[in-house]
Design a protein around this ligand. Structure first.
Ligand code: NAD
Ligand code: DAU
Length: 339
């Protein structure tokens, strides 16, 4: 096992988004010795409320763009490590307008790794299983670190491009980097554009949930807390230059997840509408997390999906103030797309 790296000052990009903010809260709770500087542009997906209330002497927010080389340089120069979550993250948006995805996901990553190279700073790159494309429903295979890249959407192709930049920077410049590719996250603070929060908040609003296509597409769900503990394990104990897949054996069809939400919210299981499918819609994602488990001894803790889903439903019921401001604009975008 590699030596333990003990960072004291980390920059977390995208720390006001869904997964980045979970990581910031997780670090503040589990590692009080660490100072976190969040760099976040506060796009429609970023919300400072996600990290509100954390100790001000340990968590600082800098509002800015990861493509701003001067700003990034100043922050990276004083850090031990950068953990890069910031991205345009939603597939449907990338189909409607790919431009911000190329800029933030590719150029933004380039800007960060150039700064890390200049200052010899450790870098962890947060990526997605979508870079591997999709699997057939009846294929016994799961993605591994050796699976060839075959991204399908503008979003996943920009994430794949950013992974490739990091790999090249490791090999050519000796950048001290690790990469993780995780499956679908769920939990509190997820934007209402994403599948699970969209359906929960539709039901709260008395609107029928919307299932794309035949609904048989499979996603491999992991609670965002487990993603955070895995990223920390890789940052502190992972081998430089290595890729680790993160997953928690959570394969489920969209139709099954939707029926579980409906049951949990006291609705009939068939109280949903089928809508236009997503163009290029990936059929199935599935992660084989053996390397991460064997090499770093990481284990997910929140693997009871029904329990995690019930807690997530409860969170959205109790935190309408948090999601309400984004709901109408999100649904207007979907209406325009026929979804
Ligand atoms: P999100 O959309 O909820 O949050 C993205 C954050 O990045 C927001 O706070 C936004 O303001 C910020 N941001 C966007 N552009 C920026 C820019 N140019 N400069 C600075 N900040 C900017 O995303 P998420 O779902 O939390 O995903 C976070 C990361 O995890 C992404 O890199 C995504 O590819 C990856 N990932 C997500 C999932 C998932 O299930 N959501 C799974 C695997 C990997
Ligand atoms: O696999 C990791 C990826 O998971 C991350 O890289 C992405 O950032 C994240 O957004 C997520 O991508 P998906 O496209 O899988 O997530 P989304 O929540 O958009 O959709 C999940 C599934 O649900 C997908 O098959 C499309 C379907 N769907 C989605 C919405 C919003 C519906 O059937 N109805 C909907 O209304």
């Amino acid at each position: 096992m590699a030596d333990t790296f003990e960072p004291r000052n980390i920059v977390v990009t995208g720390g006001c988004g869904f997964i980045g903010s979970n990581f910031v809260r997780w670090v503040a709770r589990e590692h009080p010795e660490v100072h976190v500087t969040v760099l976040d542009k506060l796009t429609y997906a970023g919300n400072p409320a996600n990290i509100a209330g954390l100790p001000a002497d340990r968590v600082e927010l800098v509002v800015g763009d990861i493509c701003d080389a001067g700003l990034v340089d100043g922050l990276v120069a004083g850090a031990d490590a950068v953990v890069h979550y910031a991205a345009e993250s939603h597939n449907d948006n990338s189909i409607a307008d790919p431009a911000p995805f190329v800029r933030t996901n590719v150029e933004g990553t380039f800007t960060l790794i150039e700064a890390c190279r200049r200052y010899g700073v450790r870098y962890h790159h947060v990526s997605t299983d979508e870079v591997y494309g999709d699997l057939a429903l009846d294929d016994p295979a799961r993605f591994t670190e050796e699976t060839p890249y075959r991204p399908s959407s503008p979003y996943s192709s920009t994430k794949a491009a950013s992974d490739m930049l990091v790999r090249a920077w490791v090999r050519t410049y000796g950048l001290a980097a690790t990469i993780s590719n995780c499956s679908n996250n769920y939990g509190p603070y997820q934007h209402v554009e994403k599948f699970i929060p969209r359906q929960i908040t539709n039901i709260i609003d008395g609107v029928r949930p919307r299932l794309y296509g035949d609904g048989l597409n499979v996603r491999d769900w992991i609670h965002t807390e487990d993603h955070s503990s895995a990223v920390w394990a890789i940052l502190t104990r992972g081998r430089i230059g290595e890729t680790y897949l993160i997953g928690a054996d959570g394969e489920r069809s969209n139709a099954d997840v939707l029926r579980a939400i409906l049951r949990c919210m006291g609705q009939p299981e068939d109280a949903f509408d089928r809508v236009r499918d997503r163009p290029g819609h990936d059929r199935r994602y599935a992660i084989d997390p053996t390397k991460l488990r064997r090499e770093l001894g990481w284990e997910p803790k929140l693997t009871d999906f029904s329990r995690g889903l019930a807690a997530t439903v409860a969170w959205y019921c109790e935190n309408e103030d948090w999601w309400r401001p984004a709901k109408e604009a999100t649904e207007a975008r979907y209406r325009a797309q026929g979804q």
